[in-house]
Design a protein around this ligand. Structure first.
Ligand code: CO
Length: 185
């Protein structure tokens, strides 16, 4: 959420620059004001880092890489992940917090369409020994292991058929805040 707001702020600034000051900016570029050019390129880099398109990066033929960050405030940095049907997805989960797994454990669980989130989360809460994944469930398309602060894990799976899916963290109580949409186009 915070990231999104920052992105809009940057875009706002760029918008003002290009609307009001377009001519001036072009002149400056023509005369080669190095400081000015540097500033512009830095801003563009920041924007591309936080834009939704940067969430999934094509790394190699057929494999798209998605980096999902979690923290001690029970947040996913992405509320929406977009991939293409049939694409191989490498999902990297990074816990940027400091709290241990037993206090602030997080995972990524991609659920079949139509799964009742509260019902699934209830079952998951009883599966502590299994990283909060209900054994023998048919609701899970893919999931990572549970990780604590400072840890990182990754999984690879094939994107399911086109449609919108829910993803959650299945640590007890977290799904209410830690959920997002996994959109397959
Ligand atoms: Co969690």
């Amino acid at each position: 959420m915070r990231k999104t707001i920052r992105l809009f702020a940057i875009l706002g600034v760029m918008g003002v620059m290009s609307c009001g000051d377009e001519k001036k900016e072009q002149e400056k570029i023509t005369i080669g004001d190095d400081n000015r050019l540097e500033t512009i390129s830095t801003e563009r880099e920041t924007v591309s880092d936080t834009s939704p398109a940067a969430d999934s990066i094509q790394k190699e033929e057929g494999v798209v890489e998605v980096e999902l960050t979690v923290n001690d405030q029970m947040e996913f940095n992405l509320q929406e992940i977009r991939v293409k049907e049939g694409q191989r997805v490498r999902l990297i989960l990074k816990h940027a917090g400091q709290l241990p797994e037993n206090a602030m454990g997080h995972n990524f669980v991609l659920l079949q369409q139509g799964t009742d989130l509260a019902g699934f989360a209830g079952q998951a809460a009883g599966a502590r020994e299994n990283d909060y994944i209900p054994p023998a469930t048919d609701k899970v398309i893919a999931h990572t292991e549970l990780i604590g602060g400072g840890e990182q894990t990754s999984i690879e799976f094939e994107a399911p058929p086109a449609g919108t899916y829910d993803f959650i963290c299945s640590f007890p109580g977290h799904y209410i805040q830690m959920q997002g949409k996994f959109i397959v186009e």
